[in-house]
Design a protein around this ligand. Structure first.
Ligand SMILES: Nc1ncnc2c1ncn2[C@@H]1O[C@H](COP(=O)(O)OP(=O)(O)O)[C@@H](O)[C@H]1O
Ligand SMILES: [Mg+2]
Length: 254
């Protein structure tokens, strides 16, 4: 099994980075060889795994000055590697505009990676610009985190539209891996209402696993650890392990 999954939603603060870090480390804990690619100039996925200001980074890989194999680093988890981002990525979208095949740069860099990995997880920035376009063009599927908050569905039409454009022009086999409800608070009526609404709209595409709001999840990045290593028995850790097994199960039956 080799699958590239982009974690995308142009809204900020919905749980893309949290899901990227914790899904990839949970897949790695299940002994799936996993590569986490940070393609967000804010580089929170990198710092969340204790990788700060690392060079070379995904930036050099995209603009073609370095081979991807020279930019991938090992993390302290044996089955998890990372292609980090740093501040250089801020100007990348502008620099990439003039490059040939500008939306396919990451895809080109990833060719041949299936011999090394089972899963590649790409943490996208909060926009639908060229970086996200590169992620969607390289991916087999998109995982969409949706925060259980007001206006949860707002902007999703635009995201689905972008996914369709990518399918038409760059990547006809792109699918939706699933929609993930994040930051669910059992006590709030609103959380339940949003969950209902998202299920009505996306049906079976919604993961059975729901990520609950959990303080250990929000604390773990400042310790440079995924939640499964920061607090293995927390509800956050259990939720992300359950997401990884649901994803593995869904993919084993196809
Ligand atoms: N399940 C959760 N419980 C508590 N805090 C969370 C949870 N998921 C995300 N957060 C926090 O919410 C903020 C936004 O999450 P993040 O993953 O960075 O979103 P995005 O990458 O979509 O911008 C972060 O401070 C993160 O720690
Ligand atoms: Mg993020």
């Amino acid at each position: 099994m080799f699958k590239v999954i982009a974690i995308a939603n142009q809204k900020g603060g919905v749980g893309k980075t949290t899901t990227s870090i914790n899904l990839s480390s949970s897949l790695a804990a299940a002994e799936k060889k996993t590569l986490l690619i940070d393609i967000d100039p804010q580089s929170n996925s990198s710092s969340g795994l204790s990788v700060t200001n690392h060079s070379p980074s995904v930036y050099e890989v995209l603009i073609g000055t370095i081979d991807i194999n020279d930019a991938i680093i090992n993390t302290y988890m044996p089955f998890l590697d990372m292609l980090p981002a740093n501040i250089n990525l801020v100007g990348a979208e502008i620099e990439m505009v003039d490059l040939e095949n500008r939306e396919g740069l990451l895809k080109k860099a990833l060719s041949g990676m299936q011999k090394d990995y089972d899963y590649i997880i790409i943490d996208c920035p909060p926009s639908l610009g060229l970086l996200t376009l590169n992620a969607l063009t390289s991916a087999d599927s998109v995982l969409i985190p949706v925060q259980c908050e007001y206006f949860a569905l707002e902007g999703l039409g635009q995201l689905l539209n972008t996914i369709n454009i990518v399918k038409q022009h760059f990547n006809k086999n792109l699918t939706i891996e699933g929609v993930l409800l994040t930051m669910f608070d059992t006590r709030l009526k609103l959380s339940h209402q949003v969950a209902e609404e998202v299920k009505k709209y996306f049906g079976e595409k919604v993961f059975d696993t729901i990520i609950h709001r959990n303080v250990r999840i929000s604390e773990s990045p400042s310790h440079g650890k995924p939640v499964i290593l920061y607090d293995a028995v927390s509800s956050g850790s259990k939720n992300y392990i359950s997401l990884a097994s649901e994803l593995l199960q869904r993919n084993s039956s196809v």
